[in-house]
Write a protein that binds this ligand. Structure first.
Ligand code: PLP
Length: 385
């Protein structure tokens, strides 16, 4: 089922692609754990032939996510990285991609250590200045790949300005929207061609399954990505699709709490005497605060802060009790991590220094627990420094 575009986000999150099952009336989409489908005769079937190609639970999730991001279609994959891999698999050897220089660490690892060996070229620029993107474009540039806010420095890129450059130069713009979710940021409406998410994060929201999605503004990309699902096979299983369908129903409600608590925790950290700097687009002293207000409808719950040293970071992280030390983000539980040794270890010391990631930085994904408990936990942990 696809509801009218005039319906609100929370309504569409619950109903688009999630109509009651016509056979039984079940209000939740059934999980179809089948590899194949009986056919009535040669070439006669009900739209499904083999589950690598398509599966009804997956179809429902893809309809839902396409609606939430405002795309023509969505394609889901086994993880966020599998989704990003599918995107660059649409390119050829010799093609060039201009990328942000402050991406999730796994993305440059895929680009530099896998795709570069197959002949693709990648260059990395500070995309917070749209002019840097224009300057990096070469004759063989086919794609611009941006994450905003960035991970972990929370820098914001002007999507409408970059989209205008891409349009003029006939290059596709890809935006990783994992940190904001479609609830707070709609890159396709700002001119992007493709949006990617690690559904592992806010879309699922319960830290119980990996997944990735690409939402397309153009049918030609959707067709190519469907072909890659079939040809490569890195698809999301029916059960994992169901987990995301379950999670996405509460996306709007969860994001409201994440955002409210994120602002409160950022304010607390900004005033704390042991904290040397806070990176959060909702703070008035964030360098792109005005752009964040214009481009996003909330600031979310991802905050990075500076403790001063690896020793300080370790001391405080060991003391956290409500906040769980671990990789990942976007779950109902507050997750706290150390970018230099976790998500961005692969960049090496030099790579991290170049973009400004220090050993003392701690990243927090504020969950939906009582915010007073999160703050009390951070306060007692910071006392260890
Ligand atoms: C912004 C961002 N994009 C992509 C990914 C990769 O997603 P996955 O871990 O689901 O493969 C991550 C993982 O942390 C991420 O934070």
């Amino acid at each position: 089922m696809k509801t009218a575009k005039t319906l609100g986000f929370a309504t569409r999150a619950i109903h688009d692609g999630q109509a009651p099952d016509p056979l039984t009336g079940s209000v939740t989409v059934p999980i179809y754990p089948t590899s194949t489908y009986v056919q009535q005769g040669i070439g006669e079937h009900k739209g499904y032939e083999y589950s690598r190609v398509s599966n009804p639970t997956r179809t429902h999730l893809e309809e839902n996510l396409a609606s939430l991001e405002g795309g023509v279609a969505a394609r889901v994959y086994a993880s966020g990285m599998a989704a990003i891999h599918a995107i660059v698999s649409m390119l050829k050897s010799g093609d060039h991609v201009v990328c942000g220089n402050d991406l999730y660490g796994g993305t440059p690892r895929l680009f530099n250590q896998v795709m570069a060996d197959l002949g693709q070229e990648f260059s990395y620029v500070d995309t917070t200045e749209a002019d840097n993107v224009e300057r990096a474009i070469r004759k063989n540039t086919r794609m611009v790949y941006v994450e905003t806010p960035t991970n972990p420095l929370m820098r914001i890129s002007d999507l409408a300005a970059i989209a205008a450059i891409c349009k003029r130069r006939k290059i596709s713009l890809v935006v990783d929207n994992t940190f904001m979710s479609p609830y707070f940021q709609q890159p396709l409406a700002l001119g992007a061609d493709l949006v990617v998410h690690s559904t592992t994060k806010f879309l699922n929201g319960h830290s119980d399954g990996l997944g990735g999605v690409v939402v397309c503004a153009k049918q030609e990309h959707a067709d190519k990505l469907a072909f890659l699902q079939k040809a490569v096979g890195a698809i999301l299983s029916p059960f994992e699709c169901w987990l995301v369908l379950r999670g996405v129903k509460t996306l709007a409600a969860r994001m409201e709490i994440h955002d409210r608590s994120g602002r409160i925790v950022a304010d607390f950290l900004a005033k704390h005497k042991k904290v040397k700097a806070v990176f959060y687009p909702g703070l008035a002293n964030h360098p792109q605060h005005a752009l964040a207000r214009k481009q996003m409808s909330g600031f979310g719950s991802m905050i990075t802060f500076e403790t001063g040293s690896l020793k300080n970071a370790n001391k405080m992280l060991k003391k956290c009790r409500v906040c769980s030390l671990g990789e990942s983000l976007g779950g109902v539980e507050t997750l706290i991590s150390h970018p230099a040794t976790m998500t961005h270890a692969g960049l090496g010391e030099k790579g991290r220094k170049q973009i400004g990631i220090t050993d003392g930085m701690v990243r927090i994904s504020v969950g939906i627990e009582n915010v007073e408990d999160i703050i009390a936990d951070l306060d007692q942990a910071l006392a260890a420094i």
